[in-house]
Write a protein that binds this ligand. Structure first.
Ligand code: ADP
Ligand code: MG
Length: 296
């Protein structure tokens, strides 16, 4: 059976010519279904470039990318957009939430674009927010939440339609160690449920959560091996089986402030949102990505 992800001899050269940057230099990588892989390397090593390739957000200069056995370079823009929307849940360092929408609306918005019915998207959004421990935060706007909570909203948005692949680029880069642990617990849980989870990080502690660690340096893969860190597979499985993740940062704050019924009538159409939509095919989960890339 073909791998879920198969990259062969991929190169990415920015600014070809005199000042060219070889961000990926003959990278080959296979990732199977339900793997939990950390891609680790220093700043500038090519991690985000690789993520952009894996997420079909950019095209390589040369080399092949097979996703589910089909050559991504042969797909139309619409087909690529479908893959990004349906196959991959993106999580970014900067959360990329829309500031004037509530947590619920942020999670719901991509579902509106995908044509999901009001009833179903309400269920999906609520379920996703429940899964990340934010059932009591659905009417909060990003500015009313901590960084860790905002990233959990972003994760809820990424997983609402159960994409088989989760691609996270420095998901804990803007978070304190406690919030980082919560985020990694959620990613481990998603892996335990059968998703393929790919986390890009420069942080060894974050990478220690993964089952497989791929090192990248100067655009080349320098090692690729099973994780033999201090947390054994049994330890992690035990932790996951011991019950849902507990978010102690939530306990003291505003309990039960919003009855769930408040969401029985979510916004009916795009017009109900206070944002301008100029392109129906816009990839919502990518909003703000460019800006966040600069922050690193
Ligand atoms: N759009 C771009 N144009 C030119 N150079 C870029 C661009 N994006 C990244 N690079 C360069 O490519 C290399 C790899 O960058 P990147 O993939 O962002 O690394 P990382 O995510 O590991 O920090 C760096 O030298 C970076 O400066
Ligand atoms: Mg990066």
């Amino acid at each position: 059976m073909a791998s879920l992800i198969e990259i062969r001899n991929m190169c990415k050269i920015y600014n070809p010519g005199e000042n060219e940057v070889r961000a990926l230099d003959h990278v080959s990588l296979s990732i199977g279904e339900n793997e939990f892989v950390a891609i680790i390397g220093h700043s500038g090593s090519g991690k985000s470039t690789l993520m952009n390739m894996l997420g079909c957000l950019d095209v390589p200069t040369s080399g092949i990318y097979l996703l589910h056995g089909s050559d991504v370079s042969l797909l139309s823009d619409d087909e690529l957009s479908d893959i990004r929307n349906q196959e991959i849940g993106f999580i970014f360092q900067g959360f990329n939430l829309i500031s004037n929408l509530t947590a619920f609306e942020n999670v719901e918005l991509p579902l509106i674009y995908r044509g999901v019915s009001k009833k179903e998207r309400t269920n999906l959004a609520k379920e996703a927010l429940r899964k990340v421990g934010l059932e009591n935060r659905m009417t909060h706007k990003p500015s009313e939440m901590s960084g860790g909570q905002q990233q959990r909203v972003a994760i809820a948005r990424a997983i609402a339609q159960a994409p088989p692949v989760i691609l996270a680029d420095e998901p804990t880069g803007n978070l304190d160690s406690h919030s980082s642990k919560e985020i990694m617990n959620i990613l481990r849980q998603l892996h335990a449920e059968g998703r393929t989870v790919i986390v890009i990080t420069h942080d060894n502690d974050i990478a220690a959560n993964a089952k497989r660690i791929v090192h990248i340096e100067d655009g080349r893969i320098t090692s690729d091996s099973a994780n033999e860190g201090n947390l054994s597979r049994d330890d992690i499985d035990k932790e996951i089986r011991s019950g849902p993740v507990v978010y102690d940062s939530d306990v003291e704050e505003i309990p039960n402030e919003e009855p769930i019924e408040a969401f029985a009538e979510p916004a009916e159409t795009q017009d109900d949102f206070d944002i301008k939509i100029t392109d129906e095919n816009i990839d919502l989960h990518l909003i703000g990505d460019k800006q966040n890339e600069q922050e690193e």
